[in-house]
Design a protein around this ligand. Structure first.
Ligand code: DQA
Length: 137
């Protein structure tokens, strides 16, 4: 089973960025543990700060992979292009946010992705990625 995690802008700073919201672990360290916990899966990881690169990756994997876990970060709230890409591919997408976006600023309450996602997970910290994987099993 092939599952990919796609992380959007500023998530390369996890561990350093606003640790009171996002925690103090880097995604690379967390991802190694995740791979260890699900070693029978083909689990990969892609991060980009560039909207078009995220869209290109969705196109690349979106007809062959079994699942996509997408934390589009700030683009969630702004990008019709990423929303349209999620709509246009066949692989189911779980939208994910580390923080509880609904307990934060109003502009984080809207998502251009959610309507075409298989489901949405938010507010469980990095553990959300594990929950998202389980949702595909
Ligand atoms: C985030 C929430 C977004 O509102 C924010 O722009 C992010 C991270 C999260 O994982 O909680 O960069 O997607």
């Amino acid at each position: 089973m092939k599952i990919i995690v796609i992380n959007g802008p500023n998530l390369n700073l996890l561990g350093k960025r606003e640790p009171q919201i996002y925690g103090s672990e880097t995604f690379e360290d967390y991802f190694k543990k995740l791979q260890g916990n699900f070693n029978d899966l083909e689990l990969s990881y892609f991060q980009s700060n560039i909207e078009g690169e995220i869209i290109d990756k969705l196109h690349e994997v979106g007809f062959t992979y079994d699942g996509i876990i997408l934390n589009a970060a700030a683009y969630t709230h702004t990008s019709i292009g990423i929303g349209d890409a999620v709509k246009g591919i066949e692989t189911p997408v779980v939208e994910l946010h580390i923080s509880n976006v609904h307990a934060r600023e109003e502009f984080r309450h809207h998502s251009y992705i959610a309507a075409n996602a298989k489901g949405v997970i938010f507010g469980f910290g990095l553990k959300g990625y594990e929950l998202a994987i389980q949702s595909f099993l």
